[in-house]
Design a protein around this ligand. Structure first.
Ligand code: ADP
Ligand code: MG
Length: 572
């Protein structure tokens, strides 16, 4: 089943495969023909003493060699090209597939997991894709071809060779397994070294603030030395492999020479046949080596392919309905009708939530952490699908809209702003691709980002460092707001957007946020109640659902949960 799936990936590269494969077959035939030609040269051509024929034949041989060289180049180059093409196709398929996945997928899948699919597994698959079918058929063909001819030349000598061959096969396979083990060990050690480098570079600030540089260097030295040892062992095994295979083949050659000489004395073997036999021994070694390499490559590549397919076979769980409508600009009336939802089916987070938000309204959600505020907001863009009930915008079920058009209507600013490595301009423009320069500048201005950017020597072209490391929390937040001005969605979600900021910075950003919230349905989740004073409505969410709702002052007067929260915060 897997193998059939695997071969599907050759389809787009059929031509390449055919050229590569037939060239390889041709090379193999020439390889088999060479010892036969030498035999004929020694036994028939030499005794004739005709120099003219010999030069003509030599010239023909030269042409054949050139052809064979060219074909070998083709096989090596096109074979690798085929491998890398298949690998690239698969990598693209994987990336595209991951892009389409839902939040639930990312909740349950480790980043490192996907990374090792994209790199290690696909490298192994690429190798197998290239070497697999080609090497297998060619090796089988040359091996049996060579033996056939050897039997035809002299069955006795061929039989002697046949007795030694199993030992050779065993030796080469054993060595290959050993080599793979030691190389595998070496790879895991270099992964440790890489991990150390990665940790101490991305954690450099922590290392230095604890003045643990020496400690890090010591730890690194240990790992680096383990890697050195692992690599030394791998080289030792490699050297032992090469030399013992060398010894075995020479021994075999010696046996053939001695027994061949004896047969020659008996008049059963010509000189040419003896030379041909020795040459065929070399032809025999290659396929054995290839097959035993395949024995290692195949399970490794197939295991990688299985993991790759397992990932690909996970269907995205949030999809457009067949008749989904691409909605134009919505007004932003949002309703939750008896909404039931849990991340696990047996552990409900929301049970029967009813909620109505009018277009343009600003609604604040408050309540203890873990009550489900963020969850409520994640349901509106369909990051997760609800288990029961319905959510509508402007009266239309969000599952009847295309995911793309729905999500274009909703902007989210969170506590952690994710910025991409690149410039400030690029990061603002992420809110609207192909935004004009004027639009970007206007958005930055509205987000109160302008003063800060203008002071930078490179202005909007300033690199923000890896994930915005060179920006302060407030600056990042303003960048996120600028993005939102560009996106200009009718529905806005501010999920603790300013919770990580100090009160001073928060106040500045509050102005920008207030401007952003204008003329949009805005959901604000906030811890500091001071920041939601201007909300049209406050909704108190507890683990039991919506506990209270009403105007800010209205709720204070009711003297319920909200009033309690309020008292606690303002006492401090
Ligand atoms: P709040 O935003 O009010 O602090 P959340 O909506 O983040 O609360 O969380 C509500 C509940 O859902 C919590 O019990 C939390 O542990 C759980 N939860 C939140 N996100 C996930 C997730 N991605 N997978 C599983 N459980 C989650
Ligand atoms: Mg939350």
């Amino acid at each position: 089943m897997r193998l059939k799936q695997f071969f599907q990936y050759y389809k787009p590269h059929k031509r390449l495969f055919v050229i590569d494969f037939s060239s390889a077959v041709f090379v193999a035939i020439l390889e088999l023909a060479f010892p036969v030609a030498v035999q004929w040269f020694i036994d028939d051509l030499l005794p004739s003493g005709n120099w003219g024929t010999i030069t003509t034949v030599s010239f023909l041989l030269l042409i054949v060699f050139l052809l064979s060289t060219f074909l070998q180049y083709i096989v090596s180059y096109l074979g690798h090209k085929l491998g890398i093409n298949i690998e690239t196709d698969m990598r693209e398929e994987l990336f595209t597939h991951v892009q389409r996945q839902s939040f639930r997928f990312f909740d349950n899948t480790k980043t490192g997991h996907i990374m090792s699919r994209v790199t290690n597994d696909l490298f192994d698959i690429g190798e197998l894709a290239h070497h697999g079918p080609e090497d297998f058929f060619i090796a089988i063909m040359t091996f049996f071809g060579a033996f056939g001819i050897m039997f035809w030349i002299n069955p006795k000598l061929a039989l002697v060779t046949l007795i030694v061959i199993p030992f050779l096969i065993w030796l080469i396979t054993y060595c290959n397994i050993k080599m793979n083990q030691t190389w595998g060990n070496m790879y895991s050690k270099i992964a440790d070294v890489n991990g150390r480098v990665e940790d101490s570079v991305s954690g450099a600030r922590v290392v230095q603030s604890f003045t643990n540089e020496e400690f890090e260097i010591e730890r690194f030295k240990t790992d680096n030395d383990r890697f050195r040892l692992a690599k030394l062992i791998a080289y030792k095994v490699m050297a032992a492999t090469h030399s013992s295979i060398y010894m075995m083949t020479r021994l075999l050659t010696l046996v053939v020479l001695v027994y061949g000489a004896w047969l020659n004395f008996q008049g059963e073997l010509s000189y040419g046949e003896l030379v041909s036999f020795v040459l065929f021994l070399n032809v025999l070694i290659k396929p054995i080596d290839k097959i035993s390499a395949l024995l290692e490559l195949y399970p490794k590549g197939m295991a990688g392919f299985s993991r790759f397919r397992d990932l690909i076979d996970q269907a995205p769980d949030i999809n457009d309905r067949k008749d989904a409508v691409a909605v134009e600009k919505l007004n932003g009336d949002i309703s939750f009708n008896n909404v039931h939802f849990g991340y696990d089916n047996n552990k409900p987070v929301l049970s029967g939530i009813d909620l109505n938000l009018r277009a343009g309204e600003t609604v604040a959600f408050v309540g203890p952490s873990g009550a489900g505020k963020t969850t409520i907001c994640s349901l509106i863009p369909r990051f997760y699908d609800i288990q029961q009930g319905s959510i509508t915008i402007d009266g239309m079920d969000i599952r009847d809209m295309t995911k793309h058009s729905l999500r274009s209507q909703i902007g989210i600013v969170q506590q952690d702003v994710f910025l991409f490595t690149g410039t400030i301009r690029e990061n603002i423009a992420y809110g609207k691709r192909h935004a004009s320069e004027e639009e970007i500048l206007a958005a930055a201005k509205k987000a109160h980002l302008e003063d800060f950017v203008q002071k930078l020597p490179q202005g909007y072209d300033t690199q923000i460092g890896e994930r915005g490391l060179k920006l302060s929390g407030g600056q990042k937040q303003r960048l996120a707001i600028a993005r939102m001005f560009l996106k200009n969605p009718p529905i806005l979600i501010l999920d603790e957007a300013t919770s990580a900021l100090d009160t001073q910075t928060e106040r500045v950003i509050q102005d920008a946020l207030a401007e952003l919230a204008e003329n949009r349905t805005t959901l604000i989740i906030a811890h500091r109640l001071a920041t939601i004073r201007d909300a049209d409505r406050v909704i108190v969410v507890t683990e039991d659902g919506i506990a209270e709702q009403g105007g800010y002052t209205e709720l204070l007067e009711t003297d319920g949960i909200f009033a309690n929260l309020h008292r606690l915060q303002f006492q401090q």
